[in-house]
Design a protein around this ligand. Structure first.
Ligand code: SF4
Length: 630
């Protein structure tokens, strides 16, 4: 096989139905155009024909791609999962979820840029990868184990391996199930743990003894010095230790009594996960999303048990904690839900914050247990949980309305973007585009005085002029569509190279244009791969990936303009700091967005001109074949 730089060179395909294993050259998927991560996932899914099957059908491919920078020192130790998602609502859509830990680097060192699994095994199995040796092995002894036990066992059986596993939630096809590496490095959104469970695939174990060929080691060493310097400036790791959303009192308790050390993804200097241990409960970690557990109780032991339990059972912490308790609390506060309803109608213990006398511990463990056991409707994800009660309870409609306020679109709990550009992004995506929410938080709409002037000028904004984000007419003026397009392509790129969200922010907004993130990324990619990549070709790659993702939506899901919307309530009342959004103005904003994207304004479908400009003629031809070209 031809020597490759940056990319490992092979894509591994395993069909669990017939046990067939094939190794395909990565070059077949044009990595120089689609890079890796979400880009490579999209390309593989497109080449598979965008199967029109349900999430749990054997023909739904589970695709995992690292990127050309994965495995190199820096915030690059990540990969992306792409698959048809059981969590998306009302339809199951092809979507994405990123994760870090040790596994992404290990799969690269074993020689694979991507692994994609199709089919379904007859009995529980795991995939064992040791460099070139790939085997499907019996996992009946692992089935039923939690994620920690599974990893411990596999680290013994497959010495030196890193393991991507599911817990009971995935086995029981909970739409809230994650795929986990280490203690909390999870592909959290999407319910992809259940896709693994539906294939009877308990784990993917990888051990690599190879390395990554670097085209220009001297330039890479210079860039690594930049990473080291940037890391000294960034205080994200300190912010997240102890738990970021905890009260000061709880932060102090956890810091003084339970904190052990930091850890994080392979090669990353941030090491933003904090390990804590409470004797008798156990050891685990916390970083961003799972620190929401600290908002629900004042009792350290109850919080810690819920946090670790969700990791062991393989449950999506963010959707669980920011979702169900949050919606129940709001419904209780508005008088929609009474204390006794929680027990009598919803079948859950009633904690003090819902007017009951049961402990937080009992409420949280009962909820997690039901989600993990696959007990419907608890395991069905937020949208389907509240939909289930809609016609069964007198107040079911009102509960569903509260849910819709807290979940803008596609069945995901909102990730606080709270400005018009972010709302448009949610409307046109397939999930909560979470790792863009930080971009919007740092965007000029918030008029952060630390944002460098050139970023403001890029969006045509007067430097440091104060706007209020509640003022929709001002955000029109602020070219919301320009921001959405920029953030979408930025997201496509950082999820493909990959560059971790938590590390990338300071580069974009607080550094000088000479070391803006895109400049840094293009130099990194050039040094690692030996290709001549400038900022403009990188931006084109981001746009290409966004267009391919859109084409997948159009081909597989018949995505059209009318589906690019938010839950209706967002047009009717003010929610968080935004709205009510003027529907007419939102439609005008969509017009401008499609125009800027080069998509047909009437349908939202990509046009031949745009696709061909991006080198996607085959995609244009296919959309034309099915009469869905804009
Ligand atoms: S900043 Fe944290 S999540 Fe991101 S790569 Fe580093 S350790 Fe992983």
């Amino acid at each position: 096989m031809e020597k490759t730089y940056g990319w490992a060179g092979k894509v591994l395909h395993v069909d669990l139905t017939n046990g067939k294993i094939e190794k395909i050259p990565t070059s077949d998927y044009k990595p120089e155009e689609f890079i890796g991560g979400v880009g490579l996932n999209a390309k593989i899914f497109w080449e598979l024909g965008c199967p029109e099957v349900g999430a749990y059908e054997p023909d739904n491919p589970l695709i995992i791609s690292a990127g050309p920078l994965t495995g190199i020192y820096g915030p690059f130790g990540r990969a992306e999962v792409g698959s048809i998602s059981p969590q998306c609502y009302p339809e199951e859509l092809f979507t994405y979820s990123g994760f870090g830990g040790m596994f992404p680097a290990e799969m690269k060192y074993a020689g694979y840029d991507s692994i994609f699994i199709t089919g379904k095994a007859e009995k529980p199995v795991y995939l064992s990868i040791i460099d070139d040796e790939v085997k499907v092995k019996d996992a009946r002894n692992l089935w039923g184990m939690d994620t920690f036990e599974t990893q411990e066992k596999l680290m013994t059986d497959e010495l030196g391996s890193s393991n991507l596993v599911i817990g009971p939630a995935g086995e029981n096809l909970s739409r809230m199930a994650v795929i986990l590496n280490e203690t909390e490095c999870a592909a959290g959104q999407g319910g992809f743990g259940a896709v693994m469970g539906s294939k009877n695939l308990k784990a993917i174990s990888a051990k690599g003894t190879g390395g990554i060929n670097i085209a220009d080691p001297n330039s890479l060493m210079e860039l690594i010095k930049v990473i080291v310097e940037e890391n000294k400036k960034s205080h994200f790791a300190t912010l997240s230790r102890p738990p970021i959303f905890a009260s000061q009192e709880l932060k102090d308790i956890f810091a003084d009594r339970y904190y052990k050390k930091q850890y994080g993804c392979y090669g990353c200097p941030q090491q933003c996960h904090s390990i804590h241990e409470i004797k008798g409960i156990g050891r685990g970690s916390v970083s961003c999303a799972n620190s929401f557990w600290w908002t629900i109780s004042t009792k350290p032991e109850d919080i810690w048990e819920a946090n670790i339990l969700s990791q062991k059972l393989g449950i999506n912490s963010y959707e669980t904690i920011a979702g169900i308790p949050n919606i129940l609390t709001q419904s209780y506060a508005r008088g929609i839900l009474k204390s006794e309803d929680v027990r009598d109608d919803l079948g859950l213990p009633v904690p003090p914050w819902l007017g009951g006398t049961d402990s937080d511990h009992d409420f949280l463990t009962a909820l997690l247990g039901k989600i993990s056991d696959g007990e419907k409707p608890y395991s069905e994800g937020l949208a389907r949980f509240f939909e289930y009660f809609e016609d069964k309870l007198e107040y079911g409609n009102e509960l569903m309305d509260v849910y819709k306020e807290l979940s803008n679109a596609h069945g995901y709990h909102t990730h606080f973007m709270n400005n018009l550009a972010g709302e448009l992004h949610k409307a046109v995506d397939t999930r909560d585009p979470y790792n863009s929410c930080h971009d919007y938080l740092n965007m000029p709409v918030l008029v952060n005085p630390l944002v460098h002037d050139e970023v403001m000028e890029h969006f045509g904004l007067p430097v440091f002029e104060q706007y209020k984000i509640t003022d929709i007419s001002k955000t029109d003026y602020q070219k919301a569509e320009t921001m959405t397009v920029w953030v979408q392509d930025n997201q496509s790129l950082k999820n493909s190279l990959p560059v971790c969200e938590f590390f990338s922010l300071p580069f974009h907004f607080y550094n000088s244009p000479e070391m803006d993130l895109r400049v840094f990324e293009s130099r990194m990619l050039s040094a690692v791969t030996g290709l001549s990549i400038d900022t403009s070709s990188l931006e084109t790659a981001g746009e290409r990936i966004t267009n391919l993702l859109r084409s997948i939506m159009v081909k597989r899901e018949n995505r059209a303009r009318e589906s690019d919307t938010l839950n209706e309530v967002y047009f009717k009342k003010a929610i968080y700091q935004i709205g009510p959004i003027d529907k007419e103005k939102f439609e005008q904003l969509k017009d401008r967005f499609y125009q800027l994207r080069g998509w047909a304004v009437e349908t939202g479908q990509p046009t031949r001109a745009k696709l061909e400009e991006l080198g996607l003629k085959d995609v244009a031809d296919e959309l034309a074949n099915i009469n869905r070209l804009g």
